[in-house]
Ligand binder design. Structure first.
Ligand code: CMX
Length: 137
């Protein structure tokens, strides 16, 4: 199991345009990509902060994972994503250690990354994502 860094922090917001304005005009970051991930029922906006990214998430469907999260808990930090080397193997390792998975095999996420989620019930309340960038391999 090898985690190299925090790839991104996902933040659920009600209005992507308003949240982008805060990150750009107040914090001075630059939104370098906006992308809809249909499979996850979200629209995303990305900012780089060193090696880590901030991923803003606006739901496109009230019944989607981010729509339900905002309804229940309001806006805020939604998930923590680790960059791993060997995503399938990493999922097997944590599963063998008794951690429940949401995705037992990786799927395609924003920016063409392979992603998979661990269930927050097994990770001390933090929805945890593994991701791997295999675009340049
Ligand atoms: N962080 C921590 N806990 C969370 C959570 C989150 N982001 N989302 C839901 N939960 C908790 C709920 O509070 C609830 O807890 P209790 O049972 O104690 O009340 C429990 O998980 C079940 O929540 P739910 O509202 O009934 O929703 P579901 O079980 O239908 O779904 C989850 C929960 C985590 C399985 C679902 O949100 C999921 O599959 N998430 C992974 C995919 C995702 O989040 N995609 C969006 C981002 C995509 C991207 O980055 O591109």
């Amino acid at each position: 199991m090898k985690i190299s860094h925090i790839e991104h922090i996902g933040i659920a917001v009600r209005n992507l345009a308003e949240a982008i304005r805060y990150y750009e005009e107040v914090l001075g970051l630059t939104c370098y990509a906006i992308e809809e991930v249909k499979d996850q029922r979200v629209k995303t906006a990305f900012f780089k902060v060193g090696q880590t990214k901030i991923e803003l998430l606006e739901s496109t469907d009230p019944e989607g994972p981010v729509g339900k999260f905002i309804e229940k808990k309001g806006e805020g930090i939604h998930h923590l994503a680790f960059a791993v080397e060997g995503i399938e193997e990493s999922l097997s390792v944590v599963q063998e250690k008794g951690i429940g998975l949401i995705d037992s095999t990786p799927r395609r996420g924003a920016e063409g990354l392979d992603i998979a989620f661990l269930h927050p019930k097994y990770t001390f309340g933090v929805l945890t994502e593994f991701c791997e960038n295999r675009n340049n391999q």
